[in-house]
Design a protein around this ligand. Structure first.
Ligand code: CA
Length: 239
């Protein structure tokens, strides 16, 4: 076995009640330089997350006691870490879409731990702030009642902060910094999830759905994030 990578200072919490799978995933993450803790149920996951302050949580949906959805909800009250949710069946992802759970990514079992770690790596590498693209870059972007301050990673509606996850904010920022452009799902994946992401473009729709819910929008009322049929999304400024 090759020696583990040098410590990266990154912390991961693996929440999985199947001990062999938890060990497998933890092993891959440790090998990649992560400090890893494992929780076997949801209550333990919340306790450990509070003390570990993880950069990423790998969260199984099916857990004894409180399930992964509830763990994610509670986690989101105090952490904006990346959450990758593991589901037993592909159909569960569709159910999760409607729940506004706040996970950043989903993987269906069985999955390759190597792919999981690669995706986490990409997520953690992607830039946290929007790359300046215009002359008055860095200035807050105003879309009706919504003000997006990209460098501060802050979104407000009529002055009230909107509690977006990192990924939701990244999607919003990617659109907001290009007010005249329609971004395809592929372009958003590239921008927000990073190059080489070979997952489902449906993931973009999941995050747009959650974003709209938090902004008080929906598919009919597209004040902030507009669907351009057959193309993708753009920010909702004027016409
Ligand atoms: Ca399980």
């Amino acid at each position: 076995m090759t020696p583990d990578a040098a410590p990266t200072g990154l912390r991961a919490l693996v929440v999985e009640d199947e001990a062999p799978l938890a060990e497998l995933v933890s092993g891959y993450l440790r090998h990649d330089g992560f400090e890893v803790e494992v929780a076997g149920d949801g209550e333990e996951a919340i306790r450990r997350a509070r003390t570990l302050d993880p950069d990423v949580v790998v969260l199984d949906l099916g857990l004894p006691g409180i399930d992964g959805v509830e763990v994610c909800r509670r986690l989101r009250t105090f952490s904006d870490c990346y959450v990758v949710m593991l589901t037993a069946r592909a159909e569960e992802v569709d159910k999760l879409v409607g729940l506004s759970v706040g996970a950043d990514d989903y993987l269906t079992k069985p999955f390759s731990p190597r792919e999981l770690v690669a995706r986490i790596r990409v997520m953690l590498r992607r830039p946290r702030t929007g790359v300046p693209r215009s002359a008055d870059e860095g200035a807050p972007i105003v879309i009706g009642n919504l003000v997006v301050d990209v460098p501060a990673r802050d979104a407000r509606i009529a002055g009230d902060g909107v509690p977006l996850t990192r990924t939701e904010f990244d999607v919003l920022a990617a659109l907001a910094v290009r007010p005249k452009m329609v971004l395809s799902r592929a372009a958003l994946l590239e921008e927000v999830w990073g190059g080489g992401w070979n997952g489902d473009e449906h993931l973009v729709d999941v995050h747009v759905l959650h974003l709209r819910q938090k902004l008080g929008d929906n598919a009919e009322l597209q004040r902030y994030v507009r669907t351009v049929r057959g193309v993708g999304y753009r920010i909702g400024t004027g016409q």
